[in-house]
Write a protein that binds this ligand. Structure first.
Ligand code: BG6
Length: 506
């Protein structure tokens, strides 16, 4: 008999990433990271080539020359580095069973090339993880979440260089040895590979202006090998721990019932499946080789690489889910014709507009409501994601991120965010339905349980939190924390193991 609802021990919690919360970029012996040079530009003041928070080598040089005048939000985050005790206590108060975060590579290996780790960096995370355990939370560490030593990006051109595999595995070995028995869950890369196709600087230390499609897939190949070696290391050093990967899941609907639109959807989905197919099934799928052939992509690999990938698949699969998209054949063709662009550029261009429900149509879904930043709200899309992934892979599933970010004002020391409760309630219902259908879902992490710096836009004002942080986009504010009304709602939800979803009215 299948499960009726959330099992006892379901891991309710929240997720963050070091570069979006920690700040203290020049403390504790930390080295400079690629993300320290992401310059903030208000969305309405951006040039066309600044449609997002992404960087190129050229804009990096510009940013370096303006260090005193530009705003670099990821250098400050929400100052978790100095508030970690209080923040983790608040997560504990909400009843979190798991806290997913990442370790800043530059705190452990400031340039990536040192032979010995930075003890002060390790000590910081010793304390963070100890607090988590004190407050009853398991720790889930994302080994690489959109950040790496600037030095490795500068010297090697990021993940397109094979030597990155060794720098990464050294980092993994240090962490797993140190936190054996403390960190129960590891994730190899945040949204592996998929996002190298649109945020190359952030995810791989590469240059979106000059890197070719071949180099992008080469970088993905290196990450696959590195990810499998991380699985090997975790299994050898700490057999009790589990290690998974994170993909960005795209629920995509065809624009019409024209079979050609469905074919486009399937092709688009394969671009996503590619990353989980390799990591869960342990081999490159046939459609990937076909795609490489059609696009003249020749990646370099060894037989040993393929053996490693085969031998060390992940223990579980996790994914991020925020919104669904629509796709149509006509739109892809028209953009390609108009701009004479490659596959990569069509995808990159469209996914970058902040309103990326649009994979390939230029239109939003008329059946769905949108958030103020133009993301569709689609809990059915989450249900479809869950059943699709579980039926495809039959491995335990974890929701690594899901959430709602928007501008909010503090009124009388709180935010009456009923919309966040509604959003979460609908997504929890979708999860319950998927569990009833047999999906082995073992946990859920709300993205940004405390307001943090947006990855895509660099805004502090795109607020996801149950906890408000007094800090604006210009970098002003006290960093003081305030509970929103959703704080109490999530606490109630967790206490009832997902059953009590009644909205708290002001
Ligand atoms: C996910 C990333 O893709 O989306 C997070 O893993 C990110 O790092 C989240 O913050 C939400 O996106 P944004 O652009 O609103 O921060």
């Amino acid at each position: 008999m299948g499960e009726k609802s959330f099992k006892k021990g379901f891991l309710w919690g929240g997720a963050t990433a070091a570069n979006q919360i920690e700040g203290a970029y020049n403390e504790g012996g930390r080295g400079l990271a690629n993300t320290d040079f992401l310059k903030y530009v208000a969305p309405n003041e951006r040039r066309a080539d600044e449609a997002t928070f992404e960087q190129t080598y050229a804009s990096l040089q510009e940013a370096k020359a303006h260090e005193d005048t530009y705003i670099f939000p990821k250098r400050w985050g929400n100052d978790f580095y100095h508030h970690y005790k209080e923040d983790i206590a608040e997560f504990g108060e909400m009843g979190f069973k798991v806290y997913r975060t990442s370790v800043a590579w530059t705190r452990i290996y400031p340039t990536g090339e040192e032979t010995e780790p930075n003890e002060k960096g390790l000590e910081f995370y010793d304390k963070v993880f100890e607090e988590c355990r004190k407050h009853g939370m398991e720790v889930m560490v994302t080994i690489s979440h959109y950040e790496m030593p600037l030095h490795l990006a500068d010297k090697y051109g990021g993940w397109k260089d094979r030597r990155m595999i060794n720098f990464y595995t050294k980092f993994v070995k240090t962490m797993v040895t140190r936190w054996k028995g403390i960190v129960k869950y590891w994730l190899t890369f945040n949204e592996i590979g998929n996002n190298i196709h649109k945020m190359e600087w952030m995810t791989a230390g590469m240059d979106p202006k000059t890197d070719t499609l071949r180099e992008i897939y080469q970088a993905s190949h290196h990450q696959f090998v590195a990810s499998s070696l991380a699985v090997k290391l975790v299994h050898e050093i700490d057999p009790e721990a589990k290690i998974g990967s994170v993909i960005e899941y795209k629920t995509i609907y065809p624009m019409s019932c024209d079979p050609k639109d469905s074919l486009v959807v399937y092709k688009e989905k394969q671009r996503g499946y590619f990353f989980s197919d390799v990591q869960v099934r342990g081999e490159y799928p046939g459609y990937a080789w076909e795609y490489f052939k059609d696009n003249d992509i020749e990646i370099e690999y060894t037989d040993e690489d393929m053996e490693i990938i085969k031998k060390y698949p992940v223990d579980f699969l996790s994914f991020t889910y925020y919104r669904s998209r629509i796709a149509s054949k006509d739109y892809i063709e028209s953009v390609q014709k108009e701009t004479n662009t490659s596959d990569k550029e069509v995808e990159g261009d469209q996914s970058y507009r902040g309103d990326s429900n649009i994979v390939n149509t230029g239109k939003t879904n008329p059946y769905l409501k949108l958030t103020p930043s133009g993301w569709s709200i689609d809990p059915d899309g989450l249900y479809l994601a869950l059943v699709d992934l579980y039926e495809r892979y039959q491995v335990p599933i974890f929701i690594a991120e899901n959430g709602l970010g928007l501008k909010e004002e503090l009124v009388n020391g709180t935010v009456n965010d009923t919309y966040r409760m509604e959003y979460l309630k609908e997504h929890v219902t979708a999860m319950r339905n998927a569990i009833r259908n047999g999906v082995k879902l073992f946990g859920y992490a709300w993205w940004g349980p405390i307001d943090l710096v947006s990855n895509g836009s660099g805004q502090m004002s795109k607020r996801y939190g149950f906890i408000y942080v007094d800090r604006n986009d210009a970098g002003e504010g006290t960093m003081k924390r305030y509970r929103k009304q959703s704080f109490y709602w999530y606490k109630k939800l967790i206490a009832s193991n997902g059953e009590d979803t009644e909205i708290i009215k002001a």
